[in-house]
Ligand binder design. Sequence first.
Ligand SMILES: Nc1ncnc2c1ncn2[C@@H]1O[C@H](COP(=O)(O)OP(=O)(O)OP(=O)(O)O)[C@@H](O)[C@H]1O
Length: 355
Amino acid sequence: MTTNPPQVRLAAHIAFEGVGKSFASAEGQVHALQDVSFDIRHGEIFGIIGRSGAGKSTLLRTINALELATEGSVRVQDVNPAELDEDGLVALRRRIGMIFQHFNLLSAKTVRENIALPLRISGARPGQIYHRVNELLALVGLLDKADKYPAQLSGGQKQRVGIARALVHSPQVLLCDEATSALDPETTQSILGLLRDIHRRLGLTIVMITHDMTVIRAICDRVMVLDQGRVQEIGDVWKVFGSPSSAGTRALLQPLQQGLPIELAAQLQKAPSELAPRALLGIRYEGQQQGVALQALKVLGDDAQLLHGGLDRLRGHSLGQIVVSVPAAGLPGADLLRIATGADQLEILGYVGNH
Ligand SMILES: Nc1ncnc2c1ncn2[C@@H]1O[C@H](COP(=O)(O)OP(=O)(O)OP(=O)(O)O)[C@@H](O)[C@H]1O
């Protein structure tokens, strides 16, 4: 008798079921969230993306009950924040840390005092506070800044203080609300590196909302696309980024796509001719596990030229698009070429002259 191998499946940490949220406004009811159902698993880094006004902040804030759902339920490890009394909410929020785009630090307090504040409020003893704050300062690499004020810190350092403060009560969940949107690309990378490190060391579940697709690509395991308050698609980042299933997601991902350079697009002819004897092929890979075998591209012939594009490696999958020009004469059909090159998609974009 054969038995199936055990399924490795992470349990749900946060579960949304039919969640709706409406706000009353001068123009009538605003339906910020509608029928939102999905799970965030224990220990994953989960990204939520969507256009401005899609409902991302509202959704994130239902996790720690800064907003309460008007329909359906949110469960954080089987606790529904909407059913908690004051003490229950305080306990829940200690299990859920949060960091913000603009850091939300108290300007009149030092770094040490900012991090210590939640511990002081919870009644911890001074000796405990001192010890815990030192631990966190070491974790975020700011031991030498303990006595500085926020105004004396760079944006990246302020966010490190925000992260340390969010971790004081050793939470199981960290919510990140556009945590890198106020930072330059280099500082963003260092904060993402810190979050990755914290995730690895502490095993937190991290939920982040961001406008920046490169952040999702760099750090998230799975991503959910929210559109007008509804779940548009959800899945592994490499799958959603490699083959988005909706036009809305494709539009969001546009900044990551390597579109045809203007100078090539301007030359493009619909049919081959004496002046345009070469075909431009757009070859897409949507998540190949083995990488792309260069041997397979040999089928394009000795005169093939790689003109543009590239591949990303995401969670062990190769995805991206390359643009290759080949002589149009005797070219097999796009379908045959796709199979021969091992691509997921291949299209003849048009015809151009000799370079
Ligand atoms: N307190 C509120 N009162 C009235 N309407 C609100 C309130 N909070 C949010 N909304 C509305 O709910 C919708 C979703 O807003 P939300 O801030 O969650 O979107 P978002 O995707 O986070 O947007 P952004 O990326 O611009 O921050 C918007 O139409 C917004 O105007």
